[in-house]
Design a protein around this ligand. Structure first.
Ligand SMILES: Cc1ncc(C[n+]2csc(CCOP(=O)(O)OP(=O)(O)O)c2C)c(N)n1
Length: 670
C-alpha cells in the first residue's frame, strides 16, 4: 500500500471541516481549509503531545488564536486520537456537544484555552510561554530539562488587527520568548473582504521591531517551505518567531477559495460537491479511509514521548526529591501543609493589631506574609506597581536575561496582562495575580470574562476602587465597575472594608481552584473594625453582621469596602436614640449568595424591610439585597476631581447623608 502523501493527509482536515460546517449549516470552513497544510506539517512532524494524556505537563502547547477555525482543531484532535469521536464532529455546534462553535477549555480534550475573541489566544500563548520559561528556570537542573517544550500558535489577520496582539507580542519580544512560534495565516481576507483596504501594516517589520525573528514569504501550501521555516524558528531560542504563511482561504473550494464568502458560512451542497471533485476526495461526509486514519494516529508516538519524559522525571525525583515533590504539588494546585495555620495566625494577629490602613496596603502586607509560602504566586502590574502595591519583599522581576523570578512588569498593557495571566493559570504550576486601577478593568474586561468562562484561578488586583482615589478625577474613578464585575458569571468580587477582610479575600482567592477572583482595594486608609471570634469566622461567608444591635433591628445597613465604616458611624449615632440598627458587611456578594438560606436570613432578617445599601458605585444591583422598600445610597453619575473627602461630600457618600436617610426611612418619609 502506498503511504498517503501530505496533501491527502491535509485534505482529511479540509473534508471534515467543510462537511461539519455544512451539516451544522454554520461555522467557518475557510481558515481550516487554508491552514490544513501547515497544520499537517506541524502536528505530524513536530508537535510533541500525547492524545491519550492531554494534561501531560511537558507537552507542547498548541493554541488556535483564530478560534473561529475551530473545525481545524477538532479535526486534528479527532485524527490524532484524542477522546473526540467522529460522532462528536458530526455534532459540531450542537447543544452540549464536545465541539462547540469556538474551542472551549474544559469541554474538548486537547483544547488548551478558549479562543474566538480574536487576539486573546496569542495573549494566552505568550502567558504560557512565559510560564514555561519561568518554571524551567526554577526546576530544570543540569541534564534534567523536565520543563522544556514549545508553544505554537496559529493566528489570522483578525488577531493581528486587534490591539491586544501588539501588547502581548511586544512584551514577548522584550522578554525574548524563544520557544514561542506563531504562524500567521496571511490569506488577505477577513469578513468584510480583502484586508488591504483596512489592514496595510507591514507585519514583518512590525514584528521585527518587537524583537521577533520573522520568517517571511512562506508558502503555506508547500509542506517543504513550512518545514524549513519551523526548523529555522526552532534554531533561534532567544527570540520568538513569526512565520508568515501565504495561504488561500478555503483552499480547495473551486468557486469560493480566496473569497470572503468562505470565511464564515457553509460552502453549500453544490460547492461541497465541487470541492470533493477538486480535491480528489471521493469519500462520503465523515468517512476517513483507514490508511489515512492510521497515518494520523499519534497515540503510540505520544505515549512513547510521555514515557520517556516520565523516565527522566523519575531520575530527577531520585536526585532532587524536594524539587520533584514541589513541582507535583504546584501542578496539583495543592497548598502548603501549614497554609491554614499560617493564615489563621495572620488573621488573628491583624484583628488584634487593629490598624488603620488602606486595603491596598493591607493587600501588600498579606503578600508579604504569605509570599514565601507560595512560590507559585506569579505577580505583576500594568505599570502601577507602586500604586497597586502588588510587589512585596520577595518579588523578583523576570527579565529577558533572568527568568528565575516571580514578578512581571507588564508595562501599560492591561488587556494583554489579563490574557497572559489566563495563559499562566491554564498552564498550571502558577497562581497569577496582576494589578491595575479598577477603572481600567474596562480595558481588560473580555479577558476577565474568559477567566470566568474557563474557570481559571486568575487573581485581579484592582486598587483605587472608588471616588475615594480623589484628585485624579472622574477618568480614574470607577462607578459602574463593581456592578459589571458582579454581573460576570463565575467571578468572585471581594471589596474588603479593612485589613482583616483583605486577608480573608486573598485567602479565598487562593483557595478557590475553579474560578477567578477580583480584589477591589482602596487607595485611602480605612479604619479597622472590631470583631468577635465568630464574626471573624463569618467573613469567609461573604457577608456577616458586623455591628449588632439589641433585639430585632429596625433598620439594616448593608455596605462594602470603604463605606462600611461610614455605616458603622451612622448606626452608632442612633444607639442612644432608641433606633436599633444592624450593619452588614458584604465583602463578596457571590460567596454570600452561595450560603444556605438559614445563614442568609440570619444576616438579612427577612422581616426587616427597612434596609439601606451604601456603596460608592452604581446603585444597579443593590435592590437584590435591600428589596422593594429598601433604599440605596450609590453613585449614578461620574465623579469629580478633588481631594477624596470633598468628592465623597459632593456625591453624598457621607455619614450625614446616611443618618438623614435612616431618619427619613424610620419616620416614614421614604
Ligand atoms: C474580538 C473579536 N472581534 C470580532 C470577531 C468576529 N470575527 C470573527 S472572525 C473575524 C475576521 C477574522 O479575519 P481573519 O483573522 O483574517 O480570519 P479568516 O478570514 O482568515 O478566517 C471577525 C471579525 C471576533 N471573533 N472577535
Amino acid at each position: 500500500m502506498v503511504a498517503p502523501n501530505r496533501r491527502q493527509l491535509a485534505n482529511v482536515i479540509r473534508a471534515l471541516s467543510m462537511d461539519a460546517v455544512q451539516k451544522a449549516n454554520s461555522g467557518h470552513p475557510g481558515a481550516p481549509m487554508g491552514m490544513a497544510d501547515i497544520a499537517q506539517v506541524l502536528w505530524q512532524d513536530y508537535l510533541r503531545h500525547n492524545p491519550t494524556s492531554p494534561e501531560w505537563p511537558n507537552r507542547d502547547r498548541f493554541i488556535l488564536s483564530n478560534g473561529h477555525g475551530s473545525m481545524l482543531l477538532y479535526s486534528l484532535l479527532h485524527l490524532t486520537g484524542y477522546a473526540l469521536t467522529i460522532d462528536d464532529l458530526r455534532a459540531f455546534r450542537q447543544l452540549h456537544s464536545k465541539t462547540p462553535g469556538h474551542p472551549e477549555f474544559g469541554i474538548t480534550p486537547g483544547v488548551e484555552t478558549t479562543t474566538g475573541p480574536l487576539g486573546q489566544g496569542i495573549g494566552n500563548a505568550v502567558g504560557m510561554a512565559i510560564a514555561e520559561r519561568v518554571l524551567g528556570a526554577t526546576f530544570n537542573r543540569e541534564g534534567f530539562p523536565i520543563v522544556d517544550h514549545w508553544t505554537y500558535v496559529f493566528l489570522g489577520d483578525g488577531c493581528l488587527m486587534e490591539g491586544i496582539s501588539h501588547e502581548v507580542c511586544s512584551l514577548a519580544g522584550t522578554l525574548g520568548l524563544g520557544k514561542l512560534i506563531a504562524f500567521w495565516d496571511d490569506n488577505g481576507i477577513s469578513i468584510d473582504g480583502p484586508v488591504k483596504r483596512w489592514f496595510s501594516d507591514d507585519t514583518p517589520k512590525r514584528f521585527e521591531s518587537y524583537g521577533w525573528q520573522v520568517i517571511k514569504d512562506v508558502d503555506g501550501h508547500d509542506a517543504h517551505s513550512v518545514q524549513k521555516a519551523i526548523d529555522e524558528a526552532r534554531k533561534n531560542t532567544t527570540q520568538p518567531t513569526l512565520i508568515c504563511c501565504k495561504t488561500t482561504i478555503g483552499f480547495g473550494a473551486p468557486n469560493l477559495q480566496g473569497k470572503e464568502k468562505c470565511h464564515g458560512a457553509a460552502l453549500g451542497e453544490t460547492e461541497v460537491a465541487a470541492t470533493r471533485e477538486a480535491l480528489g476526495w471521493p469519500y462520503p461526509p465523515f468517512v476517513v479511509p483507514d490508511e489515512l486514519k492510521q497515518a494520523w494516529d499519534a497515540r503510540e508516538k505520544g505515549a512513547a514521548l510521555q514515557h520517556a519524559w516520565e523516565a527522566l522525571f523519575e531520575q530527577y525525583a531520585a536526585k532532587y526529591p524536594q524539587l520533584a515533590k514541589e513541582l507535583k504539588r504546584r501542578f496539583a494546585k495543592a497548598l502548603p501543609d501549614n497554609w491554614q495555620e499560617h493564615m489563621s495566625a495572620l488573621l488573628a494577629q491583624t484583628q488584634q493589631q487593629s490598624k488603620t490602613l488602606a486595603t491596598r496596603k493591607a493587600s501588600q502586607l498579606v503578600l508579604e506574609s504569605m509570599g514565601e509560602l507560595l512560590p507559585e504566586l506569579l505577580g505583576g502590574s500594568a505599570d502601577l506597581t507602586e500604586s497597586n502595591l502588588t510587589a512585596w519583599g520577595g518579588s523578583k522581576v523576570i527579565t529577558h536575561e533572568n527568568a528565575q523570578g516571580n514578578y512581571i512588569h507588564y508595562g501599560v498593557r492591561e488587556f494583554g496582562m489579563a490574557a497572559m495571566m489566563n495563559g499562566m493559570a491554564l498552564y498550571g504550576g502558577f497562581i497569577p495575580y496582576g494589578g491595575t486601577f479598577l477603572t481600567f478593568l474596562d480595558y481588560m474586561r473580555n479577558a476577565v470574562r474568559l477567566a470566568a468562562l474557563m474557570q481559571q484561578r486568575t487573581i485581579f488586583v484592582f486598587s483605587h476602587d472608588s471616588i475615594g482615589l480623589g484628585e485624579d478625577g472622574p477618568t480614574h474613578q470607577p462607578i459602574e465597575h463593581l456592578t459589571m464585575l458582579r454581573a460576570t458569571p463565575g467571578l468572585h468580587t471581594w471589596r474588603p472594608c479593612d485589613a482583616v477582610e483583605t486577608i480573608v479575600a486573598w485567602q479565598a482567592a487562593i483557595e478557590r481552584k475553579d474560578g477567578p477572583t477580583t480584589l477591589c482595594l482602596t487607595r485611602q486608609a480605612v479604619s479597622a473594625q472590631p470583631r468577635t471570634p465568630s464574626q471573624l469566622i463569618d467573613i469567609q461567608k461573604g457577608g456577616y453582621v458586623l455591628l449588632t444591635c439589641e433585639g430585632t433591628p429596625q433598620v439594616i445597613l448593608i455596605s462594602t469596602g470603604s463605606e462600611v465604616e461610614l455605616c458603622v458611624q451612622a448606626a452608632k449615632s442612633f444607639q442612644d436614640k432608641g433606633v436599633a440598627i444592624q450593619v452588614v458587611s458584604l465583602p463578596c456578594c457571590e460567596v454570600f449568595d452561595k450560603q444556605d438560606m438559614a445563614y442568609r436570613d440570619s444576616v438579612l432578617a427577612p422581616n426587616v424591610k427597612m434596609r439601606l445599601a451604601v456603596e460608592a458605585g452604581a446603585s444597579l444591583g443593590w435592590h437584590k439585597y435591600v428589596g422593594e422598600q429598601g433604599r440605596i445610597i450609590g453613585i449614578d453619575r461620574y465623579g469629580e476631581s478633588a481631594p477624596a473627602a470633598e468628592v465623597y461630600a459632593a456625591l453624598g457618600i457621607t455619614v450625614e447623608h446616611i443618618v438623614k436617610t435612616i431618619n427619613d426611612m424610620v419616620s416614614g418619609v421614604l
